[in-house]
Design a protein around this ligand. Sequence first.
Ligand code: HSE
Length: 324
Amino acid sequence: MLNSQVLVKVPASTANLGPGFDTLGMALSLYAWIQMEAVDGETVIELYGDGLNGIPTNKSNLIYKVAQMVFEEAGVHIPEIRIAMYSDIPLTRGLGSSASAIVGALVAANALAGGPLSEDKLFQMASALEGHPDNVGASLFGGIVVSAWDGIRAEKVRIVPHENLEVLVAIPSFQLSTEKARHALPAKLDMKDAVYNVASSSLLVAAFASGNLELIPFAMRDKLHQPYRAPLVPGMSEILEQATNHGALGVALSGAGPTLLTLVDRGSDRKAELESFLLRTLEQHGIEAQTMWLAPALNGPELSVVHGDRSESFMERIKGEVKA
Ligand code: HSE
């Protein structure tokens, strides 16, 4: 049976976690909301808040396009839809905003169509759309997600994050496109750097899976992408080298950047020191930034199907939860 209106709340994510390039992801307690319904008239796309400025509101909109892919796959015909979206996830900063939009659109459209596609099918579609499964896997399943995609099929294992893990991000005010950050990467790697990353990433996954937080500072190190991306984020090298001396358990570029992410032990008494170190270092390099304390998000999208009274506005419905 087709549903008439659905609302999805979907978490942001951080990809790579240092060495696990295109492989590791963690969902974060920062969210986007997408509401979708079928309409008789023309498609309408409403974007709320300042964070979504510049996103198209016609049928070239990513959420609209992804929704139509779901309908086609499901064999249902819903050409005209109303989409409302609000997001607390800053765009083009390495916090998985596009992955959240893809996952939110997949889950909302599938629910609108009555839920014909499995979660695995949505994961396959999301991985193919993004070209890597790390952000979409985390947004879709929640927690820490270890995934591999061979260009045809994605597989994953979800790990429940240790309850003491907290996350501090420093979000620079400038945007950095994933395309530009991927362009900075070399075509070839030294064997010893490849081995270094296999070792670090494997150890990091084992540390997360066994709850062995003491291994994080040793394991969360990378020679595959961060050194090449460092020139794109002034202050990044210093932060990667020194954050663990200022109370971080581990530090990484979040996804393709420019956000820098630190993992922190919830009980640490050095949180203020770490926060001011991050801000001061970026400022010394002329970079304005904002910090945010987040937690790993344990769950993927939260879906609600709105039956009956639809007079309550989208922003009314989510207002208790948004940051703004
Ligand atoms: N793994 C990806 C990258 C995440 O680092 O380029 C950004 O989409």
